[in-house]
Structure formats: C-alpha cells, structure tokens
Design a protein around this ligand. Structure first.
Ligand SMILES: [Zn+2]
Length: 189
C-alpha cells in the first residue's frame, strides 16, 4: 500500500497537456479536494477506513491551463540526458548508473586556461559533459589537447523541452497517448 501511494501519476493541465508528474498519494488528495479529475485509473483500489478509490495513473487539473517553464538545472542527470547517455569521449552509450559528469576544463586548470573573464562558468552546460568511468579516470586532470582527445559534440544548453520522461516508464504506466505534446521521451537504458 505504501509503495502504491508512491507510484507516479501523470498530471495534465485543463487543456489535457502533460505538465508534471506526482505521486499517487498527491493525485488522490487533489481528486478528493476537487482540484483534479481522474483521467485514467487502474482496477486496483486504494483503501482507507472510509473510502476505496481506484488508483489513478493520469489526472487532469480542473482549472489550470498553464504550461510551466522548464528551465533545466545543470544536474548530473540532466547532463546525462542531454548527452543521450553517451560518453563525450569514447562515444559509447551506457546505463545512467555507469556514467559520470566530467568537467571538460578541470578545476585545477580553469583559471589559467580561461583567464579572468571566462565566457561561461566552470559548473555550466558548456563545461560539463557525460563521461564513462573509464574515460573520466583516463582523462583525470588534463586538458583534451594534452592527450589528443576531442569532444564529439560541442556541449550546449539544451533548449526547453518540456517534461522529460523515460519511454519505458510511460509505456508501463499507460501515459503514452498524452506524451506527444510538451513531453520529451527519452530511451533510458
Ligand atoms: Zn567513454
């Protein structure tokens, strides 16, 4: 039961556009408060002393038509998704758990390489790339030109993409029909 309440629910706005995900617990509260309506449910029931409700998989907000801005943070997972789980150096694709984030210009070399007015920050989209463990430890604290390596692609800030959802998760949870607008499906390994 506790696990069931922690499962994910897709949240649509009142125009039926996917805008967020939340937990089953949160979705049920929103339904009970009349803030949201269930769009898709499972045959399973969540029971409490006074009521039994089908477990929602998709809900829609009743009155909210907004599409939020998704300004992505430079987190490890966002860097890895931007790079499609592909090592910037060897070009191989790995599971997320096998990957690290590498600073193209390492901290110890930053000042000398970039000067006092760098065009971007040390911890920014332009200096962070996905690297497999092997390449990351081979590169260590060196600059690419010192070891004759090249980036396969110039790192960029990703354009606004909407919600990022793993395709297999969307399939398992029955969300796919609402994933064509404002959703970027990623092929997670
Ligand atoms: Zn690699």
């Amino acid at each position: 039961m506790a696990d069931l309440l922690q499962e994910s629910v897709l949240v649509l706005n009142a125009s039926m556009i996917a805008v967020d995900t939340c937990t089953v617990r949160r979705a049920i509260l929103d339904i009970l408060r009349n803030i949201a309506i269930p769009v898709k449910e499972t045959p399973e029931l969540v029971r409490s002393e006074h009521l039994a409700l089908p477990v929602p998989r998709i809900i829609a907000q009743r009155n909210c038509y907004k599409i939020p801005r998704y300004d992505q943070k430079t987190s490890k997972i966002n860097i890895i998704y931007r790079d499609d789980q592909t090592c910037a150096y060897c070009g191989n694709r790995f599971a997320v758990s096998e990957l690290t984030v590498d600073h193209v210009i390492p901290r110890s070399r930053w000042k000398k390489t970039m000067g006092d007015h760098p065009p971007y920050d040390f911890n920014s989209w332009w200096n962070l790339v996905t690297a497999c463990r092997r390449c990351n430890s081979l590169k260590a604290n060196r600059l690419l030109q010192e070891i004759g390596w090249k980036l396969r692609k110039k790192p960029e800030k990703p354009r606004q993409t909407g919600l990022i959802i793993a395709r297999n998760r969307a399939e398992d949870l029955g969300w796919l029909e609402y994933c064509s607008v404002n959703v970027q499906l990623i092929e997670a390994v």
